[in-house]
Ligand binder design. Structure first.
Ligand code: XMP
Length: 326
């Protein structure tokens, strides 16, 4: 019978057989799949694995720390952190077009990852070792989808850590290839990964860069991170995490509207809440969240996040809307 325990033991054994005593490299995105894939490989071959985390500065509040501190504490993995926030900000300066932003983020991500790779390869070479394997967190649905061709995935250029171009110098290790998302979460929990990582909602590779409608700047990222953290905390406090597939929080940076706060007139930006229910992200419906929860989120965001004077709710299903705004 196919229990989580079996999956774990079987994959650990397979990884050991495939990798032998070679060195392995793995990219971490902060998401569930790469975290569980890395933790499995770590369980199998320990210090032979080095993980790479490219911090592009487009993650949500607390997520970089969850990788750098909590994931490392839970697994004991060797982690190479590339702090690339400025690089991404510079590359995105002056750019508002969604597809251009996606392409820039994807391109810079690959470059930054390859630079980190080269540094790790050089380090290994200085110890007389080479790196032969690259771990990817490909899931069963990804395997099926990439064979499938057409579909919603092609409407926007998608990018994630699993989507690095085929790097011929490495052989791939794909310990999640036979698994569905819920099995991946179960294996992650069994490996002792923090619930914040294992239970995470889907999050796009280009991160908050495509949740700012308009140019991406440091100030706007900081503002959106605050609003997003409030919305997520209130959703969790209301016990509704499992009822919502994901809840993008979007900053309309190019839109301003008039408001009034204290004795003064404000001219601030709207924040959009986009809670959706879905089975597979191909179609989605907007979540009927309780009015009390929406009111709490709205009050807190407008009171606590300077520059935001309006919170609006997206009541569009997919289709015709996509889940993300860009
Ligand atoms: P859309 O906006 O197309 O999103 O309805 C469908 C699902 O995909 C996620 N998404 C991405 N995931 N890289 C990813 O790994 C991406 O570039 C990307 N863009 C969108 C989105 O969050 C939703 O779950």
């Amino acid at each position: 019978n196919w229990t989580t325990g079996n999956i774990l033991e079987e994959q650990v054994e397979r990884i050991r057989q495939q990798v032998g005593d070679s060195k392995v490299i793995c990219g971490l995105s902060g998401g569930v799949d790469s975290a569980v894939a890395a933790a499995l490989v770590q369980r199998a071959v320990g210090d032979q694995l080095t993980c790479v985390f490219v911090d592009h500065g487009l993650l949500r509040e607390g997520e970089a720390e969850q990788v750098e501190r909590d994931f490392v504490a839970a697994t004991g993995v060797n982690l190479y952190v590339a702090n690339e926030q400025e690089r991404f900000q510079n590359a995105l300066a002056g750019v508002s077009d969604p597809e251009t932003k996606r392409k820039i983020i994807g391109r810079e991500f690959i470059r930054a990852f390859e630079e980190a790779e080269r540094a790790i390869i050089a380090q290994a070479a200085s110890e007389g070792e080479s790196i032969k394997f690259l771990v990817q967190g490909t899931l069963y649905p990804d395997v099926v989808e990439s064979g499938g061709g057409e579909g919603a995935a092609n409407i926007k250029s998608h990018h994630n850590v699993g989507g690095l171009p085929e790097d011929l110098q490495f052989e791939l290790v794909e310990p999640l290839r036979a698994l569905f998302k819920d099995e991946v979460r179960a294996v992650g929990a069994q490996l002792g990964l923090p619930q914040e990582i294992v239970g995470r909602q889907p999050f796009p590779g280009p991160g908050l860069g495509i949740r700012i409608v308009g140019e991406v700047t440091k100030e706007r990222l900081d503002l959106l991170r605050k609003a997003d953290a409030i919305a997520r905390a209130e959703l969790t406090a209301a016990g509704l995490d499992d009822d919502v597939w994901q809840m993008p929080v979007v900053l309309l940076a190019d839109v301003r509207s008039v408001g009034v706060q204290g004795d003064g007139r404000t001219y601030g930006h709207p924040i959009v809440l986009r809670p959706v229910s879905s089975e597979d992200a191909m179609t989605a419906d907007w979540s009927r969240l309780p009015y009390e929860l929406l009111a709490r989120i709205s009050n807190r965001i407008t009171n606590e996040v300077e520059g935001v004077n309006r919170v609006v709710l997206d009541v569009t299903s997919k289709p015709p809307g996509t889940i993300e705004w860009e």
